[in-house]
Write a protein that binds this ligand. Structure first.
Ligand code: RIB
Ligand code: CA
Length: 314
């Protein structure tokens, strides 16, 4: 059983990652923290609560709203053309009776890591601001968790917010740099693999036919939200009734690392030179700053297997 804390900027693809985690028999969600990005952190928390309700989850998952801006106090407006005005493609899900926990997100991450005594897997699908704040409060955090899986970055491919940078990393490059250099047992799931993995309208039509009856409302939600997302992919990439798969891939890899192949790297993130902000900077030699762990950067993935598995839980 993977015991996962998700940190998300819930977002259409974040929402699919969350629904997968809620439905996979191999995952127990230990909590959710949210961050600004695809929507505000408070909106993201509300989205998560509604999605948990939609999934009819049998156990309570604490949800904590986190950073509303970067470490430097910057908040770029949410990309409504990608994720809609509410982050989940303008789909209005029924409200949840559950309220977000009134706890600082960084404190919550540290507390859950301590409580789970080395068993916690952190999965981030947004900016790394909450995690950087947690690190500042507890520099031992990297040794308290089993693994950190980050959706973000572009190594050997172009970025999606600049030629050099991916949105989650560029959105708070300073926070990302701190996390990359902290010595977490870390897996990076970046555009190198997420841009080569696709979901299509056909997948959704198949799902409609073969899904479990209890999951029909989830499938209906995914159809609506992904229609919005497909439209963005049509306009920006020329994809027809399809999208790439960012955040769900990170969740799938957190559950089963054998879906990917990895290159071990030591790296930081550029955060000072504006033109290169968010670029991952690889280091050629083992750093002398006491870092224990190299980062496992995912360079190839079995996309067919990943997508099959993604939809198999519904
Ligand atoms: O670059 C893709 C990432 O940015 C995904 O996590 C998406 O949800 C947005 O946060
Ligand atoms: Ca995201």
């Amino acid at each position: 059983m993977r015991r996962i804390l998700l940190d998300a900027d819930t977002g259409i693809d974040d929402s699919i990652a969350l629904l997968y985690a809620l439905k996979s028999k191999n995952i127990h969600l230990e909590g959710i923290t949210t961050c600004f990005g695809n929507s505000g952190a408070a909106q993201s928390a509300d989205n998560c609560l509604r999605l948990i309700k939609l999934a009819g989850c049998s156990y309570e998952i604490p949800v904590v709203a986190g950073a509303e801006c970067s470490l430097e106090g910057v908040y770029a407006s949410a990309p409504a053309h990608i994720h809609g005005d509410n982050g989940i493609g303008n789909v209005v899900l029924p409200e949840s009776g559950q309220k977000p926990l009134e706890e600082d997100a960084a404190d919550f991450i540290i507390r859950r890591a301590k409580e789970l005594e080395g068993e916690l897997i952190l999965v981030t699908t947004g900016r790394l601001t909450n995690l950087a704040k947690a690190l500042a409060k507890d520099p031992h955090l990297p040794r308290r968790v089993k693994r950190l899986v980050v959706m973000g970055g572009a190594l050997d491919v172009f970025g999606n917010v600049s030629p050099f940078a991916e949105a989650n990393i560029a959105g708070d490059a300073k926070a990302a740099d701190q996390v990359f250099r902290a010595g977490f047992p870390m897996t990076l799931v970046g555009l190198d693999v997420t841009m080569k993995t696709f979901i299509t309208r056909q997948n959704l039509e198949d799902l409609e036919k073969y899904c479990k009856e209890e999951n029909r409302p989830i499938v209906e939600y995914m159809k609506q939200a992904l229609s919005f997302y497909f439209e963005f992919h049509r306009k920006s990439m020329g994809l027809v009734e399809a999208s790439v798969v960012h955040d769900p891939l990170a969740m799938l890899i957190a559950e089963d690392a054998t879906l990917g192949e990895y290159r071990m790297i030591y790296a930081g993130v550029e955060y000072q030179a504006p033109a290169y902000e968010g670029m991952i900077v690889k280091e050629d030699t083992i750093p002398q700053d006491g870092r224990q762990e190299a980062i496992a950067a995912c360079i190839r993935v079995d996309s067919h297997k990943a997508v099959r598995r993604l939809f198999s839980v519904f």
